[in-house]
Structure formats: C-alpha cells, structure tokens
Design a protein around this ligand. Structure first.
Ligand code: AHM
Ligand code: MG
Length: 334
C-alpha cells in the first residue's frame, strides 16, 4: 500500500488498532476500504460517463449485470490483488471462487463480497452499497477449495459495508463493536463518527416487499398483519413501512433508528430460499446486526449458525430490533 493510501484510511486503521485486530486482518480490511473510496468516485462519474446501464451479461444467479456491477467488482478485486493475507475471494458477480495469485502460501483469509448491492437503484439515482465479509480458514499448504470456504463460513472475523448515498458511509465490525465512518470527499479520508452503534430493541418500522404477499409463508403473513393492524390490533402501536430496493440501505436504517428487515422464502419456483445470498449478503449483515445487539434469523434458526452448501446459496433473511424479530420467530416456533 502506498503512503497516500495509508493516509486515506487513517481513522479506520486507528480504530482497528483499538479493537485489538492483528496486522494481517487490518491489512486485509484496509484495501477493501480503499476500494470503497474508489467506488465512490466511480459511482459519481457513472451517469455522465454513460455507465449506468446494463452490461449485456448475466451473473451466476441469472440476474442481469449492470455496467457498474462489473466496474465495482473489478475495483474490489484490484485492491485485493496485492493482499498477501487473502488466499481467495467470492463475489456475487463471479461464478467460481477467485484465487488471489500474490497471496502467501498459507494466507488465512477469504473475502466474500457483493460489489454493488441494490444495483437496480443505479438508474434512479438511489442508494447502493458494497457488502463484505472476511472468513478465516485453517490452511494446510494446498490450494483453497470451495469446500474450505463453505466450511469456514461460520468463522467470520470481520464484516462491513460501504453505503453510497448522500454521503459515503463505512460500517465495520471485527466482532467487538460496530463503528461508523463517513467519507470526507475532499481529503478522501474516512472519519470516525460513531464507535459503538447499537440497534434499538423496539421498533415501529418494518421493511418487506409486499408485492410478494401471495407467496409468503403464513408466519410472515401473520407478522405483517400484526404490523398493519397498528394501534387497533394486538401490537397496539402504528407501524410505518420502508423498502429501498437495496438491502444494505434498509439494513443501514436498522442501525440508525431500529426496525425489522425481511426478505423471506417465497412460494414460487426459484425463490424458495428468498433472494439474498448467504456468503456476501446475509452472513455479513447478520454479524453486524448481532454485534450491535440485534437479531439475525432465517426462520427460527439464526443466520450465523447456517452451514452453506454453495458459494451463491440463497437464504431467507430476518434482521433487526431484538424484540420485534423475537415476535416473528416466535410465530415460526409455535
Ligand atoms: P443485488 O445484489 O443484485 O442488487 O440484489 C439484491 C437486492 C437487495 O439489495 C434488495 O433487498 C433486493 O434485491 C430487492 O429485491 P426485490 O426487487 O425482489 O424487492
Ligand atoms: Mg446484493
């Protein structure tokens, strides 16, 4: 890393140091943070450069890729290229695991990432983000395999996201606390603004795409019905609803004012496990939410106890304010 880049991430480096993070993990996270700074510029430039449209290709899930999906994926991979502690990465935009060629022989980390979550928001100039997770593997001098990565999914040592909205924000955890940094675009420096974010235990805000109501499981239907009944129903309070089309923007709201985010299993072909992918959407956001005192479930089971069976496996996702998530998971338990 050049001296210049070190300065860009100074507050983040200091914070990581204060969390007692080892130098190898810091050296893995700082390039991702730098990628977020470069992506901010790419997102700002995309419209005038005519790069907000479709790329003309599909990813492994059969979803249409946007030009910015590819550009941001390349930016993250380029920043990881010289990261000697990272043996491989997994991206929403690439079918197979991606070996990092310059890695040390027994490099312990795998970086899983969604380079541009909510990419259908690009053309409407709405919020998008980069989600990432660092898994720690046990290496034994042989090339890393998909099975190694799946086996290490529950050994997540860091998670975070960079949100490209009115400001660029970085939310990061290495397991002790969740910090928020905001990018100073003039100095290209992430400034620490909150060092110990907590998710409020109570909420009156839910987040689900209700266009799929007819495909919901009865438990989801029953829960949303409780919210909609408001003051005149058993919950005796009025709720509001928000759905941004970018999971990471909806998750960010959980940290700011509490809430519950749900992308459930849908009773239609291909959506039986919902839409969101375990390794680079559900698992990292679950770690952040849990460290901030919230709950992160699939149904009655927690997300972080799940053993994935594929790099791009989808899982139902329920995240947010502890007491509200409990009400929904109790419906699954009874
Ligand atoms: P993406 O990573 O390709 O953008 O897809 C995931 C996004 C989530 O951010 C968001 O919650 C969801 O897709 C929205 O899906 P839907 O259009 O079904 O509401
Ligand atoms: Mg995504």
């Amino acid at each position: 890393m050049t001296k210049d880049k070190e300065n860009h991430t100074n507050d983040v480096a200091l914070w990581l140091n204060g969390q007692g993070v080892c130098s190898d993990l810091s050296a893995t996270l700082l390039p991702i943070v730098n990628a977020g700074i470069e992506i901010t510029d790419a997102v700002l430039a995309a419209s005038l450069e005519g790069k907000t449209g479709a790329a003309g290709s599909v990813n492994v899930q059969g979803e249409e890729q946007k030009e910015l999906d590819i550009i941001t994926n390349d930016i993250v991979l380029r920043h990881l290229e010289d990261c000697r502690q990272v043996c491989a990465s997994v991206s929403e935009e690439i079918d197979e695991l991606i070996p990092i060629t310059n890695a040390d022989k027994n490099a312990p980390y795998v970086v899983c990432f969604d380079p541009l979550d909510g990419s259908s928001n690009i053309e409407t100039n709405s919020i998008i983000g980069t989600i990432f997770s660092v898994l720690q593997l046990r290496r034994n001098n042989r090339p890393v395999t998909e099975a190694d990565i799946l086996g290490a999914a529950n050994n997540q040592v860091a998670a975070g996201y960079v949100l490209y909205g009115p400001t660029t924000s970085l939310i990061l955890t290495t397991g002790k606390s969740v910090a928020m940094f905001v990018l100073d675009c003039k100095t290209k420096h992430f400034v620490l603004v909150q060092s110990d974010m907590k998710i409020l235990p109570e909420t009156a805000e839910f987040s689900i795409n209700s266009a799929y109501t007819r495909f919901w499981e009865p438990e989801i239907f029953a829960y949303v019905d409780l919210c909609i009944k408001g003051k005149s129903g058993p919950r005796q309070k009025d709720y509001t609803m928000r759905w941004s089309g970018a999971m990471i923007a909806d998750v960010h709201r959980l940290f700011i004012r509490g809430g519950i985010f749900i992308y459930p299993s849908l009773n239609k072909p291909g959506s039986e496990n919902g839409k969101l992918r375990f390794l680079y959407e559900a698992n990292p956001t679950a770690m952040l939410v849990e460290v901030a005192g919230g709950l992160a479930h699939m149904r009655a089971d927690t997300i972080r106890a799940h053993q994935p069976t594929g790099l791009h496996q989808r899982v139902p996702v329920i995240l947010g304010s502890r007491n509200e998530v409990k009400i929904l998971i109790d419906l699954y338990r009874h």
